[in-house]
Design a protein around this ligand. Structure first.
Ligand SMILES: [Zn+2]
Length: 673
């Protein structure tokens, strides 16, 4: 150990900075908060003994001891422009096409797009000179903002000194200061203990804290930062955004998480749709996603308008929040046995509709958010996704509500539940479980599967409840139980005939629909169509090995294993034998039949909202008739099927002279034999 105080102090500072980086940048702390505090205390003591060694970038110097007199306006060296916003996928696609055209790339020059989360916080610019933090400024009006250096210094994730030997001579990095939902829960609890009013949301706390004159107030709020952009820089090495993020990480700056790069705009847009469904997993608020060009040289070519850069766009979604009471947590059992917790809420008005349930997704989420029956919760609805719970207003807790105990046995059949290998889902493994039977039969009869007319969800519940149906094949034996059917509530002669006709008709839906209807894990409409197309009959499919299955395009090893296990397991073989016995067709439908080959070799693109079909349904139809459903229009596209509000794809089709079909015209095409 070095004995001179200067080296001792420098070592400790290095150690603390390393732990800051572990905590804020890598999210992988090595020591506890208490151990960390002890290190800082030790450093403070040493610095007090040797005041001549004190330096402004020491980790002990984050909080000032007296308030500043007022906030001073500072001009930005490079203006902080705003971002162009869009609110629909169609608008987003239009932007993508416009930008690609504008970019006019050379043949073979890739155009890559990065998708990032758009953090709902307060925009800030941090200026580092020779690696030292010299200033923090709010965005303000974009030309000039408030100097908030004293508060920015208190934010744990903001390094006072950049890491590494080679730091840029000047670096103005831009980011968003924010607060996590769980920190807000804690803050509001302490507000309540101090008899102060709670804060409404994380954004308000952030905006209010960052403008405090006394940095000691801001320091207590636990703010954080994510960096995502650059203003003025000298000596930056990165040539692309992904490299830039890596470079920032290397300096010890936290960057926006989950940034991903794609080699086409369409792929980036597809990714956006998936991200939105996983909003509930984030512990911080986002108000959209940002798509930006990866390469800096391409950004330069595009430049900016007076208001905003041309190389990036925000895809925002309307979010609505409401506060209500959670009365109860129930669990739902899905068709494959997955158990999903659902929050039963005191009905509350949210974006023009009444919300009385919210998904809790899984046991881990209940644990992480510490949601308990009786809690006051904040529910959020964003876009078309199911409402989810953002946080618990713990400061409103009265008494000690009991934690929700996740059942260890299936509430419907009593079987001991099992945890998915590697997954977060908990499952009832009993394939005969009445809840699963009900869900499976509902699905089997549904429009995506066997499409049985006259068999709705309520009737399925009745049939299963009466013990008339416990497996798929029982449906086909109902004609022998007509007396029982007629005895059921709301079942007259006409509805019984209707039901039996519907069941009879569904025997000939063909292999693709049957496979989809069987609720095999990982097997939906698309995979079913691929399998049916390839094997043409159940016999051929059953004879295939796992290897043969996984060699097929679009069928990976996980799907292959799932299909194989189902087809060779007891439940699967019995189910198929039973269905065969009652006369369900096990082959791909013949060309003269439903699945004509009129679209053989043709590529179709669907756009806009259709009246009769969902996207999956029409894509399945296309495949079943021998065609290929693509997602973007090119010269190779044979037809575009356009519904209501068709946007850019329709325009592209017209531009390229690709024939455009209405929904009715498409139906005419496939019914022609
Ligand atoms: Zn069960």
């Amino acid at each position: 150990m070095p004995s001179d105080p200067a080296s001792k102090i420098e070592r400790l500072r290095e150690e603390i900075r390393r732990h800051d980086r572990k905590y804020y940048v890598e999210a992988a702390p090595e020591i506890t908060d208490l151990e960390y505090d002890r290190l800082v205390e030790r450093l403070k003591r040493l610095e007090a003994e040797h005041p001549e060694l004190l330096s402004p970038d020491s980790p002990t110097q984050r909080v000032g001891d007296r308030p500043v007199e007022g906030l001073v306006q500072v001009e930005h060296r490079v203006p902080m422009l705003s971002i162009e916003n869009t609110y629909s996928i169609e608008e987003l696609q239009k932007y993508g096409q416009r930008t690609t055209k504008l970019l006019d790339n050379k043949p073979g020059e890739p155009i890559e797009w990065v998708v990032e989360l758009k953090i709902d916080g307060v925009a800030v610019s941090l200026l580092y000179e020779l690696g030292r933090l010299v200033r923090g400024v709010t965005r303000g009006d974009g030309r000039a903002g408030d100097d908030i250096t004293h508060n920015v210094r208190t934010i744990g994730g903001v390094p006072l000194r950049l890491d590494g030997k080679k730091v840029p001579a000047a670096l103005e990095v831009r980011g968003e200061i924010y607060m996590t939902n769980s920190d807000l829960v804690k803050l509001n609890e302490s507000q309540r203990r101090d008899g102060k009013p709670p804060f409404a949301n994380t954004r308000n706390v952030t905006a209010g804290s960052i403008r405090q004159l006394d940095s000691r107030v801001c320091a207590r709020r636990g703010l954080r930062i994510f960096c995502h952009g650059v203003g003025y820089a000298e000596g930056l090495r990165a040539a692309t955004h992904m490299e830039f993020l890596d470079e920032l990480r290397g300096y010890g700056l936290p960057v926006t998480p989950q940034a991903e790069c794609f080699n086409s705009f369409n792929a980036a847009v597809d990714h956006c749709e998936g991200l939105i469904e996983r909003l509930h997993e984030l512990d911080f608020e986002i108000d959209g996603l940002v798509l930006k060009l990866n390469r800096f040289d391409q950004r330069e070519r595009l430049g900016s308008t007076a208001k905003s850069p041309r190389w990036l766009i925000a895809y925002k979604f309307e979010k609505y929040e409401a506060t209500t009471r959670l009365n109860e947590i129930r669990v739902q059992i899905g068709k494959t046995g997955a158990i999903t917790p659902v929050a039963e809420l005191e009905p509350v008005e949210l974006a023009g509709s009444t919300v009385s349930r919210a998904s809790l997704h899984n046991a881990d989420e209940i644990e992480r958010k510490d949601v308990r029956p009786g809690d006051v919760v904040v529910v959020e609805k964003a876009g078309k996704i199911i409402p989810h719970i953002v946080r618990v207003e713990k400061h409103e807790r009265t008494g000690r509500p009991r934690k929700f105990v996740f059942p260890t046995e299936c509430p419907e059949c009593g079987t001991v539940l099992v945890k998915d290998s590697g997954g977060v889902y908990i499952r009832c493994p009993n394939l005969q479980c009445p809840a699963q039977v009900r869900e499976r039969i509902r699905f089997y009869a549904g429009r995506n599967a066997m499409d049985i007319e006259g068999l709705g969800e309520v009737l399925v519940d009745q049939l299963v409840g009466e013990g008339l149906v416990s497996g798929y094949s029982d449906l086909y034996r109902l004609e022998d139980r007509q007396d029982r059917l007629l005895g059921m509530e709301r079942m007259g002669r006409k509805s019984v005939d209707n039901l039996l006709d519907g069941i009879e008709a569904c025997k000939n839906r063909g292999l693709a629909r049957l496979l989809c209807a069987l609720s095999i894990r990982h097997v939906g409409a698309r995979v079913s169509a691929v399998l049916a197309e390839h094997f043409r009959s159940m016999d051929a499919l059953q004879a295939a090995s796992v290897e043969q299955l996984s060699e097929i395009d679009e069928i990976g090893p996980i799907i292959a294993a799932s299909v194989y296990d189902f087809l060779h397991g007891k439940f699967g073989t019995e189910t198929i034998d039973d269905l065969r016995e009652v006369g369900v067709k096990m082959e791909s439908v013949a060309p003269a039949d439903e699945g004509s080959r009129v679209l053989e070799g043709k590529t179709l693109v669907v756009t806009g909202t259709l009246v009769k079909y969902t996207r999956d349904e029409i894509k399945e139809l296309i495949v079943r008739h021998g065609g290929r459903a693509a997602s973007s229009v090119s010269k190779k596209t044979d037809y575009v099927v356009a519904g209501e509000n068709a946007g850019s794809k329709l325009a592209k089709a017209e531009q390229l002279g690709v024939p455009v079909l209405s929904e009715a015209e498409f139906e005419g095409l496939i019914n022609r034999t």
